[in-house]
Write a protein of this length. Structure first.
Length: 253
C-alpha cells in the first residue's frame, strides 16, 4: 500500500510517540523511598514509601516494608493513612546498639499496612519518621512486598548494583551521604517537601494518578524522547526533500 508523504510523516510521528510512552511508563512503576538520600548523621527524618498500583484490574490491598537487621533502625513512627491500618514489628538484636542513653536491644523489622486500597493507575504515599539512621553503611535497603486483590504478591527486593542495569523488581534504597558540619542541625527535605514537586492528592482518602518516577527514570525517558525526535526529524527531512524534488521536476516540465 502506497502512502502519501503527509500520511507517511504522520505515521512516523505516531510510531515515535508510542515508542516514548512504552519506554517511559515501565521505568516509573517502582516502589521508592522519598527523599532517597540524607546525610549520615541526620536524625528524626521523615520519609515516604511511594507505592504505585501497576495492575490493570486489581487494587493493592497490603504493603509490607522490611527493615534491614544488619544495619538496624531502632525506632520508627508511622503517620496515619486514611483507610489503612499500620502495624510495626520489632526484633531482638543479637548485638545491642550502644547510645548515651543506654543500650538498645530491639529494632524495627517491618511495617505493614492493610485494610485500604490503591486503585489501578494510582499511587499512595506511606510516611514514616526514623529517629536515627544506622552507622557503618552508605545506604539502607528496604525490601517491599506489594499484595494485590487477586492474591498476587510483587516482591520489590532486588538490590540495585552500581554500574549494573536496574533489576526488574528493585528494592527502595536510601543513600546516606557524607556528613558535613551542620547537617545534624539542618534536617533533610521531608517527604512533604518532596511532594511539592510531585504533589499528593488534595483529598487524603484518594490517591493521585500514578507517576512515581525517580530522576533516573525521567532522564531515561528524556533520552529516548530525544532519540525519537531526532529520527522523526530525519524522516521529515527526507519526505520534504522528496516533495521538493518532485515539485522542481514538475516546474521544469
Amino acid at each position: 500500500m502506497n502512502l502519501s508523504p503527509k500520511k507517511r510523516l504522520a505515521a512516523a510521528f505516531a510510531l515515535g510517540a508510542a515508542t516514548v510512552l512504552a519506554a517511559a511508563v515501565p521505568a516509573s512503576a517502582h516502589v521508592i523511598v522519598q527523599p532517597n538520600s540524607v546525610p549520615k548523621n541526620a536524625t528524626d527524618q521523615t520519609f515516604a514509601f511511594r507505592v504505585p498500583d501497576e495492575d490493570d484490574k486489581n487494587s493493592t490491598v497490603k504493603v509490607e516494608i522490611d527493615f534491614p537487621t544488619d544495619h538496624p533502625i531502632p525506632s520508627v513512627k508511622v503517620a496515619p493513612v486514611p483507610g489503612w491500618t499500620d502495624a510495626i514489628q520489632t526484633t531482638k538484636l543479637a548485638t545491642p546498639i550502644h547510645t548515651d542513653d543506654g543500650d538498645i536491644t530491639d529494632a524495627v523489622s517491618q511495617v505493614v499496612w492493610t485494610g485500604g486500597q490503591i486503585a489501578p493507575g494510582h499511587f499512595q504515599d506511606f510516611t514514616v519518621d526514623l529517629g536515627a539512621l544506622p552507622d557503618g553503611t552508605d545506604k539502607v535497603v528496604f525490601k517491599a512486598l506489594q499484595t494485590y486483590s487477586d492474591g498476587t504478591v510483587v516482591r520489590w527486593i532486588e538490590e540495585p548494583q552500581d554500574g549494573q542495569p536496574e533489576p526488574k523488581n528493585p528494592a527502595p534504597v536510601l543513600k546516606l551521604t557524607a556528613a558535613t558540619a551542620g547537617d545534624s542541625d539542618a534536617p533533610a527535605p521531608s517527604a512533604a517537601a518532596s511532594a511539592k514537586a510531585d504533589p499528593a492528592p488534595a483529598n487524603p482518602t484518594s490517591t493521585a494518578t500514578a507517576k512515581a518516577s525517580g530522576s533516573d527514570s525521567t532522564a531515561r525517558a528524556l533520552g529516548i524522547a530525544g532519540i525519537v525526535v531526532g529520527v522523526l526529524g530525519a524522516v521529515a527531512g527526507v519526505v520534504i526533500g522528496r516533495r521538493g524534488r518532485g515539485t522542481g521536476a514538475d516546474a521544469s516540465a
